[in-house]
Write a protein of this length. Structure first.
Length: 327
């Protein structure tokens, strides 16, 4: 497969999980969004089937859910996983009740499945043939990249024109999709489908363009570090994501903080600031604006945004907003 053909394939499949997938994989699934590559052999589960399977009985109390209230507003905060196995159950009665009671739905972006919008942005910001990966990596690292690429039906030469963030994203996908993870089974696409069927307006805190530019705008050194980490963790990707999903589905917010947030803050402070802290601050301001209005809304964002000292809840509480676990 030549570089152009492989890039086109990768770009199309990154788009299937939307811009949220791009940003999420920058922290090695910290936000739990993973696109599906065309070369993965596991067939995608239809959205309707995924919705049916995931509504099976949930073990324990299920994922965490918070609520913010004032005199005339109720806002639910739910941390999502953008890609799941179809058999992963997550919807508890309280999550369903909160969603059903909400008139509006807020997500990171309003169109996470808009392939037409994401593809040109990836093409614009994902290639740098004048600075190929082979000039940014050591010979040994490029050999590791080539070996990893061959497991997904490509080669180091095919990935060479990609910018480090896109190459790292592309290589992060393969072991997860082969293990049965599928964006069609992810929380956002299921809830988006239900919201559309119920006539609930869907809003976004950000645009696809903004999300792509966050990752593409990281310093080259940080992008290369992400690619190197992807190569180092390539054989353990499924185990790592399994641990994250287990913590999330069981409502273990401290576990998510430990596994995802604190590690990212220590190992990649620039990415931590760009992908979590600054975005959380932006969303906190928008949530404050929502509270000045009235009504009930369901807010669903990547689970890493709702864990740790710099979580959305912590920022809201610092501004005097009362955030409590939903009953």
């Amino acid at each position: 497969m030549n570089a152009h053909a492989f890039f086109a394939s990768a770009a199309r499949n990154v788009s299937r999980a939307g811009a949220s997938a791009i940003v999420s994989m920058a922290v090695f699934s910290a936000l739990f969004s993973v696109p599906r590559p065309a070369f993965a052999q596991t067939p995608a589960a239809p959205a309707a089937q995924s919705a049916e399977v995931q509504s099976a009985e949930v073990q324990g109390d299920g994922p965490a859910l918070w609520v913010v209230r004032d005199e005339d507003s109720t806002l639910y905060l739910f941390g999502s996983v953008h890609v799941l196995r179809p058999t992963t159950a997550w919807e508890t009665p309280r999550i369903k009740a909160a969603f059903d009671a909400s008139s509006d739905v807020w997500m990171e972006i309003s169109n996470p499945d808009d392939q037409a919008a994401i593809l040109p942005l990836i093409q614009q910001h994902g290639l740098s043939p004048q600075t190929p990966l082979s000039t940014l990596l050591t010979a040994e690292e490029f050999a590791d990249l080539d070996a990893a690429a061959k497991t997904v039906g490509a080669s180091g030469a095919a990935l060479d024109p990609m910018r480090p963030w896109l190459a790292g994203l592309t290589l992060s996908v393969a072991p997860l999709t082969k293990a049965g993870y599928d964006p069609q089974s992810g929380v956002e696409l299921i809830l988006k489908s239900r919201a559309e069927a119920a006539g609930k307006p869907i809003h976004g805190f950000e645009t696809i363009d903004e999300q792509v530019r966050i990752l593409a705008g990281l310093p080259e050194a940080d992008q290369v570090d992400f690619l190197r980490a992807t190569l180092e963790d390539f054989d353990e990707a499924v185990t790592l994501l399994d641990g994250m999903v287990t913590a999330w589905s069981g409502g273990d917010v401290d576990g998510l903080d430990r596994i995802v947030v604190k590690e990212m803050k220590t190992d990649a402070p620039a990415a931590y600031d760009a992908l979590l802290v600054r975005r959380n601050a932006n969303w906190t301001g928008q949530i404050e604006t929502l509270l000045k209005g009235s009504g009930t809304a369901f807010i669903v964002v990547g689970a890493a945004h709702l864990a740790g000292a710099d979580s959305v809840q912590s920022m809201l509480e610092a501004k005097g907003v009362d955030v409590r676990p939903a009953p």
